[in-house]
Design a protein. Sequence first.
Length: 387
Amino acid sequence: MTMPHYIDIAHHSLNKFGEELCGDKVEIIKHDDRIIVVLADGLGSGVKANILATLTSKIMSTMLENGADLIETIDTITQTLPVCSVRKIGYSTFSIIELDASLHARIIEFDNPPFFLLRNHHILPIEKEMIVSSDKKVYISSVDLKIGDELTICSDGVIHAGVGMLLNFGWEWKNVAEFLEKQDCISSEKLNRRLIDACNSLYEDHPGDDTTAVTIKVRAPLEVQIFTGPPSDPSLDAQAIKAFMASPGKKVVCGGTAANIFARELGRDIITEMDYINPEVPPTAEIEGLDLVTEGVLTLKMASEKLKAIAHLNEEPSFEKKDGVNALLKLLVEDSTHIHFWVGRALNPAHQNPDFPKELSLKTHIIRDMAGTLGKLGKIVDIHFTD
């Protein structure tokens, strides 16, 4: 059963120019009734900062997950990790978000930039309580989130973007807030990418500091159903199509054989799309009642490879091309929270041709690969075999 809301989480980072490792670390723990997000910013950059941030985020998330008290958790961090002997400052700064199933959020901050909470595209001011732990000031905020709210935490690389380059004093907190207020993004992935891409532009592609942002967006669930391949037993066709059409959300059919079965069972025509032709991508079609009809394995294979590339990019992907791969990717990346694959086991004779690439006969492998990548992008994915 789909929850009445969906917690959409995305995070991206820029390494300080010249460094192979990022000195910021994000740890996300998800349970049915609770989500914990920790963003730690290690002192300095490179290997040392990465180790400090990793230890901080892992210790804090593990302790909080196991029910440790906040003060106890902070004390453990301050007493466990070293302090810089030269600068006499902390090992790592951090921001923590705890969110329960009723959308009550607690945000804990120590020396990271203040969080950004947007409601209806406007910054929502939240009162903060200060506590002192091991002589360190920690700020705690509580707020009940609503569908549409966007909550972003970041390392100081975000508010320092452009310092000494395009901007004298960096991209200050109020400037970042104004930038976020101007965005209109359906997903946290899109908003977070835009923020990090803007930072990279201000750094002129040479980040002067490790730069990380985590965005949580509370969304109404958006479901997409994807049917690829008919059942191996043709007598199950009608049952499978009926169940698929009765399911909620947008509906996609991938594969010519499957499309013909849908047209037959629904009593509707298949209209091949000729307005946009890309010789590298098989054409799409239209069937009344379906949101997208594409070719099968080739389209899925291309979409899977592009999904992997998108997962490793910081900048916002473009889906302007109107071919089947981009249309499918837009649905998967931007216009969905829950994705359901309906996979038939019928063998396509074309895929048994020895001249046809062997990997393309592995439809189930491609679907599982896509599901894994989508899971990394925060999607809820399941695979249902129709026979």
